[in-house]
Unconditional design. Structure first.
Length: 310
């Protein structure tokens, strides 16, 4: 574990950009009273003793929303995956890192969910928060399987499948057989990054763009615009939790675990809130277009320096 010293940045003014949204197929909850509740565990700690069984920890947030975490014994990235159910279908968000049987963890959940509803077929849509290897490694386990659609992690594929009117400046409302999920393009960490807002629970899934850890930025201008887009999108919506794809920070403020750590005994909670999104937006605005590494209490903006040629 290491402690990172915060970097100072000059003051700046945050200019909010307008964000065009697609037509809403289902009313957006106006308050927390209208959303479906769920419960998060007190800890997600993994990797204390290897090998670890099962390789995915499955948590039922509520009857139609499941969270899976890959064991640190299989891959140090320990990514989080999300499985949501509509009235008659399901969506899997990310397929994890290498060396894990993700289908073997997901299929039994779907079968149990289906068994409680008359054993009806449950078509599955597989999407990704972005295209990095620790989020798509399990795709081959779903490609070509019955009643399963795997959406490639590319702007073109996402635009076509979700009906986006323009990448990345518009969102789309996708109906998972009655469950409306808003798809918001947020390139910057990776060109095909997206966020997903679940209107039933008020949960915002942000992948590697915002989570308790190192926010690797590949394209600073795109990343800044994407965070502004998320701030604008969530301005009139309840955000119960912001859930990303990793945990790299410790509970001790301004402290993270080094890359490659398998076991994180004092790791930060998975969930963040909209306040963290606003904090990130303000920090980026203060940089005035010049990306620098800067540590906040619960995350770090971490620009990626391009490799130099020969």
């Amino acid at each position: 574990m290491r402690t990172i010293s915060p970097l100072l940045a000059g003051a700046g003014i945050f200019a909010m950009t307008l964000f065009a949204e697609s037509a809403r197929l289902q009313p957006v909850p106006s308050s927390a009273e209208n959303i479906e509740r769920g419960v998060l565990p007190s800890s997600w700690i993994t990797g204390a003793s290897c090998p670890e069984t099962p390789v995915f920890r499955v948590h039922e947030y509520n009857a139609d929303f499941f969270i899976l975490r890959q064991s640190g014994c299989t891959n140090f990235e320990k990514p989080f995956l999300y499985l949501l159910f509509g009235e008659r279908s399901a969506m899997l968000v990310d397929t994890g890192a290498q060396k894990a049987d993700v289908a073997g963890a997901v299929r039994p959940i779907i079968e149990r969910w289906s068994a409680g509803r008359g054993d009806r077929p449950v078509p599955l849509v597989v999407v990704h928060t972005h295209g990095h290897g620790d989020h798509v490694a399990g795709d081959a386990q779903f490609n070509g399987t019955q009643d399963t659609t795997v959406v490639a992690p590319s702007p073109a594929a996402l635009t076509g499948f979700f009906g986006l009117k323009g990448w990345p400046d518009t969102s789309a409302a996708y109906s998972l057989t009655g469950r409306i999920i808003d798809v918001i393009p947020i390139p910057g960490h990776e060109p095909a990054s997206i966020a997903l807002y679940d209107r039933r629970t008020g949960i915002l899934l942000t992948g590697d763009t915002l989570y308790p850890g190192r926010l690797y930025v590949g394209d600073g201008a795109a990343f800044t615009a994407s965070i502004q887009r998320l701030v604008a999108f969530t301005g009139d919506k309840p955000v119960v939790h912001v859930l990303g794809a990793h945990v790299e920070n410790a509970r001790t403020p301004y402290t993270d675990y080094p890359e490659g750590t398998t076991y994180q005994p004092d790791e930060h909670a998975l969930e963040l809130g909209r306040a963290h999104l606003l904090e990130l937006a303000d920090g980026l605005a203060e940089m005035r277009g010049t990306m620098v590494r800067r540590t906040f209490r619960d995350f770090t903006i971490w620009p990626i320096v391009p490799a130099r040629g020969p």
